[in-house]
Design a binder for this molecule. Structure first.
Ligand code: ATP
Ligand code: MG
Ligand code: MG
Ligand code: MG
Length: 568
């Protein structure tokens, strides 16, 4: 590639809405361009990285025996109604109508469509196992799109779906995907960790998240340095104390005789009411009319994330009895939010009133309506009372092999054992060896392709810009000729090296824009190309070129004749 014929557009300053380093650097490096909230154009430099990520994912998925197809972006509502997700997904599901007034979803994921494919295509156990995947645009109307590609509304995901004849087969397919993911993230050159996850709302038996380790990550990961125990905070807390279960149970039951509900929950959680719990009243308005709730606030650091779904269509908002009251309490105390005496879920609107709230677990008086990971923002102060967290650094690891450590991560992949939830809802069966129909055992496996870009940058940057790992860099190497227009010697050497590097299969760009060295270097350091070769007359006269790796302090001289071998 020649820079003069490519499109490079760098900025000195990041736009003010970019909060975290990866978003800032992607904007400054001209990788993405904002079109609307959570919606971006992938500019040429950014798209090159996306394509490299996709290529690695595709290669490893194919190697693991998964088969690529491409399922539609726009999917009929009827399929989503079959599984009940048309209602369950709430506002995150983008809905559109066609000219005939028929309802469609813009896919946030594709379980329904792939299950529809297999229920008509898979007839016999002889066709199993099978694993279909695609790399396709997704749309999720996220409550709070932010951080550029990290939490977009439109984004690219690789999603794969395995189908097996029995549980054992599904677990094998799951392991195959787990191993493929490990290879994929290794090939990206990123530091990552696979952690056990709760598969909450989706149901099923097993789930792991893959996280890129970064101090700016939204998720807390719990692991034991002396063993292979690793879990996300949600799963770790569930194991550690059963507190979440206890809370759900308490909310499900009426209060212990002689105690208020709030006191009962506090008791179950082993907390001192006076220190940790406050209650306030609030009112929810929904299609079913007004309902009164109370809210229990526990001080403590619950896992950051977002409320996943609103289970009741039409439930738009909830209001506190007095705003001053809620601000006073929510402004300072992270905690537990639990409506009682209703089956309605809490559906919090991130508006002015709740902007200061964070670290909540939300629940209702039914297990199924219990949510963890409510989050209204990351600009919130650290929890006031960290020691009330259910899992803290230094706790004994559940496997008894050491103590727990905590670090932060960015969820870039997720593997799930779904079991028969979807195949039963949609009637996806096959005939077993005895000729009897049985439901397909399913697994699903996602990778946030575009989120990888943000995560990679959060892990790899310095004050000059991005530092891409070789495998996903927009270009592996940049040639920077000095005085290209003045010096025949530089011009010739540049052309020759450029041709040789291309022939050697190196993804090289030559900067023939005629910029001054300072501006030229600054651009490539910002864009994060991992290797740079400077071609100047002075060096050439001694038979040398200057090589500098993106993380190197200084350049080193490499003989012209050795350069291609040196780079390879
Ligand atoms: P999160 O917890 O961050 O909301 P999720 O658990 O809802 O993610 P999954 O349904 O597990 O996401 O989807 C698989 C992968 O898709 C995630 O691991 C993540 O890498 C990616 N992903 C999910 N939501 C987004 C988004 N809004 N923008 C970019 N990537 C996303
Ligand atoms: Mg999500
Ligand atoms: Mg998640
Ligand atoms: Mg997930």
């Amino acid at each position: 590639m020649r820079a003069s014929r490519f499109f490079i557009s760098t900025l000195k300053e990041a736009p003010s809405d970019a909060e975290i380093v990866s978003h800032k650097l992607m904007m400054r490096a001209g990788m993405i361009k904002r079109l609307g909230s959570g919606i971006y154009t992938y500019m040429p430099v950014g798209l090159r990285v996306i394509r490299k990520v996709e290529a690695i994912v595709r290669e490893e998925m194919n190697r693991a025996g998964a088969i690529e197809l491409l399922m539609p972006l726009v999917q009929p509502a009827e399929l989503w109604q079959e599984t009940g997700r048309w209602d369950k997904m709430g506002d995150e599901l983008m809905r559109v109508k066609d000219r005939h007034g028929r309802d469609f979803a813009i896919q946030p994921t594709s379980e329904e469509v792939v299950t529809d494919v297999v229920r008509s295509e898979i007839k016999s156990y002889r066709q199993l196992p099978v694993n279909f995947y695609h790399i396709q645009t997704k749309f999720r109307d996220e409550r709070r799109p932010r951080f550029g590609l990290m939490r977009g509304r439109e984004f690219t995901m690789k999603d794969a779906y395995s189908f097996d004849r029995d549980l054992e087969g599904m677990q094998k397919s799951y392991q195959t995907m787990f191993d493929a993911y490990t290879r994929i993230f290794n090939r990206f050159g990123l530091k990552f960790r696979a952690v056990a996850a709760d598969n909450g709302a989706i149901g099923g038996t097993g789930s792991h998240e893959f996280h890129v380790i970064a101090s700016t990550g939204e998720d807390a990961l719990v692991y034991c340095p002396d063993s292979d125990y690793a879990a996300n905070m949600e799963a770790a807390e569930a194991v550690a104390s059963g507190a979440r279960g206890a809370a759900t149970q308490a909310l499900t039951k009426t209060s212990t005789p002689g105690k208020t509900k709030c006191e009962s929950v506090a008791e179950l959680l082993g907390l001192q009411l006076s220190q940790t719990v406050k209650t306030i009243a609030l009112t929810v308005e929904s299609e079913e009319g007004k309902k009164s709730f109370w809210v229990l606030l526990l001080r403590g650091d619950h896992e950051l994330n977002e409320i996943k779904v609103s289970k009741v269509a039409g439930l738009k908002d909830f209001r506190f009895s007095t705003e001053a009251e809620i601000l006073e309490v929510f402004g300072t105390v992270p905690g537990y939010l639990g409506p009682i005496n209703t089956k309605l879920p809490v559906n919090v609107v991130a508006d002015r009133t709740v902007a200061n709230m964070a670290d909540f677990v939300c629940g209702a008086n039914e297990a199924d309506f219990h949510y963890t990971g409510a989050n209204w923002g990351r600009d919130v102060p650290e929890p006031l009372v960290a020691d009330l967290r259910n899992v803290v650094e230094g706790d004994a690891s559940p496997d008894g092999k050491g103590v727990l450590a905590i670090e932060r991560g960015i969820e870039v992949g997720h593997v799930f054992q779904l079991g028969t939830a979807y195949s039963e809802a949609m009637g996806a069966t096959f005939l077993d060896e005895g000729g009897r129909p049985a439901p397909l055992q399913m697994g699903c496996y996602g990778i946030g392709v575009t989120r990888i870009l943000g995560a990679a940058i959060e892990q790899n940057f310095d004050d000059k810009g991005i530092v891409w790992p070789d495998s996903i860099a927009p270009f592996e190497l940049v040639l920077c000729p000095m005085g290209l227009d003045r010096s025949e010697m530089v011009k010739e050497a540049t052309e020759q090296l450029y041709a040789e590097l291309q022939a050697a299969g190196i993804d090289v760009i030559v900067d023939d824009r005629g910029l001054r060295p300072g501006a030229m270097f600054a651009d490539w350091e910002l864009i994060g190309v991992p290797h740079r070769v400077v071609i100047g007359e002075r060096g050439l006269k001694e038979g040398n070129l200057e090589y500098q790796g993106r993380r190197d302090e200084a350049a080193s001289a490499v003989a012209v004749a050795d350069m291609v071998a040196f780079i390879k």
